[in-house]
Design a protein around this ligand. Sequence first.
Ligand SMILES: N[C@@H](CCC(=O)N[C@@H](CS)C(=O)NCC(=O)O)C(=O)O
Length: 223
Amino acid sequence: MADIKIYSAVVCPYAHRTRLVLQEKGIDFDLIEIDLQNKPEGFTEVSPYGKVPAITHGQNRVWESAVINEYLNEIFPNPPLLPSSSIGKAQARIWIDFANTRFVPAFSSLLRSKDSQQEEEAKKELYKHLEFIENEALGKLSGEGPYWFGESISLVDFTFFPWFERWAALKHYRGFSIPSEFTRVKQWKHNLKERASVKAIAHSKEFYIERYAKFATPVPVAV
Ligand SMILES: N[C@@H](CCC(=O)N[C@@H](CS)C(=O)NCC(=O)O)C(=O)O
């Protein structure tokens, strides 16, 4: 029995973040798949918000993907997934916060938009965030390297990537591809996709298109 147990759901991008960190670090773990429509009794004793991911490590419980990932990075330091300098760590946390408070809400709002006005607004918002990532993150922090912070992969890459793996659903249901002018974003996505840890647990475009059908109700076409 492994020391780490992760409570996960295959469709959940937040759980995907933590699965990527476990995979990248080669940590041994037990995976407990949670049916989010029918959560097991006692689940909130492990995950007080009733959400995945949550982990246990011996007697310790940790929940919230961003917090879990920093915890795992400290407990299993190799390979390190945060920059070593104070400013580097601060930048990583700024981008993780940006993912949680701006990027992910815009992605969800586009996928779940109920009418064409909401859809257009969400597209503009997501475009703006991609532009910000292109210029302010990849343009300034990665140099010529393949990842967010250049040569070394980090928690920031794993924080964003699950939504990029799911982009096929956004394209399919909302006709929104990553705009071609964002060449760095597209290259970054490609680099992540080719990473062994990412490939090991990747799902196909079709998988996400099918799984997201219930969230992406069709937007009525204006006549
Ligand atoms: N802020 C949380 C979000 C986790 C989350 O929203 N998980 C969803 C699945 S993707 C969940 O467990 N939903 C079940 C529920 O809210 O009842 C994190 O970063 O871990």
